[in-house]
Design a protein around this ligand. Structure first.
Ligand code: IPE
Ligand code: IPE
Ligand code: MG
Length: 248
């Protein structure tokens, strides 16, 4: 059963984005501003993840995709990478029950095989426990890079052509989409980035072709449910023309 509780938020439930994607940025700066270690920022950021997942579920968002760790993030200091992996595992263990109870299905996009074995095991457990849920699909982008994703899709299609399974002309937008990690998901209609950076950082390049962008200066650990709802309201007031002329 899907909930439809956008009611008490002032949001129009019939104009909610089906898919919201978020580049969760600014944990390090949040900590540095307080003379704390960057890891403290990631810890606080994990609390924001919990709040935004909960809010999305309550509001009735069908797909929420969170950029948690990029292929480029492997180049950070070893200590920071390992702290992020520990936090991720802790997050999965602490949220498993709530996700299962709240009808949330977990999915991973990215090169999950590059993650430490214990994190892969924790992911497998939560995906198993939530696999039949249909309330909201929460996708965590982990060791994710959009160029790698597109290259892998091209390789997979090239193999099919080589085997004679498909003809080159059969490769369409739809077929290509189906070979991405995000296969089966609608395109994100709204992409939010926190911490004020106006860039995409190799996130969902194919899928965001027509996404509405929203950049907020708020650092991710300071991001709240209220601000999230405000952004959704802003989205509902935008006119999405898709290259056409205005409807009125
Ligand atoms: C986002 O916060 C979290 C990850 C990329 C894992 P950052 O760690 O990038 O924070 P800033 O950008 O340095 O402030
Ligand atoms: C983007 O943030 C990746 C994630 C939020 C996981 P970064 O902090 O890694 O991006 P850049 O380096 O500012 O582009
Ligand atoms: Mg950053």
């Amino acid at each position: 059963m899907k909930s439809d509780s956008a009611g008490n938020t002032g949001l129009n439930p019939s104009r909610l984005p089906a898919h919201v994607a978020v580049i969760m940025d600014g944990n390090g700066r949040w900590a540095q501003k307080r003379m704390l270690n960057r890891i403290k920022g990631h810890e606080k950021g994990a609390d924001t993840v919990r709040a935004v997942v909960r809010a999305s579920r309550e509001i009735g968002i069908d797909f929420l995709t969170l950029y948690a760790f990029s292929t480029e993030n492997w180049q950070r200091p070893k200590m920071e990478v390992s702290a992020l992996m520990t936090l991720l595992k802790r997050f999965l263990e602490s949220e498993q029950q709530e996700m299962a109870e709240n009808n949330i299905r977990l999915r991973v996009i990215g090169q999950a095989d590059r993650l430490p074995k214990d994190v892969q095991d924790a992911l497998a457990r939560v995906m198993e426990a939530t696999g039949r849920n249909d309330g909201m699909c929460l996708s965590l982008a982990l060791s994710y890079g959009a160029r790698a994703e597109i290259v892998e899709a091209a390789q997979s299609l090239a193999r099919q052509v080589k085997n004679g399974d498909i003809q080159p002309d059969e490769i369409s937008d739809e077929l290509f989409s189906g070979h991405l990690y995000t296969a089966g998901m609608p395109d994100p209609e709204l992409l939010i980035r926190t911490s004020g950076e106006f860039r995409i950082s190799n996130f969902l390049l194919w899928k965001i072709a027509y996404a509405e962008l929203f950049v907020t200066p708020t650092l991710w650990p300071d991001f709240t449910r209220e601000e999230f709802i405000g952004i959704l309201k802003d989205f509902q007031n935008r006119e999405r023309r898709f290259g056409r002329v205005s409807a009125s």
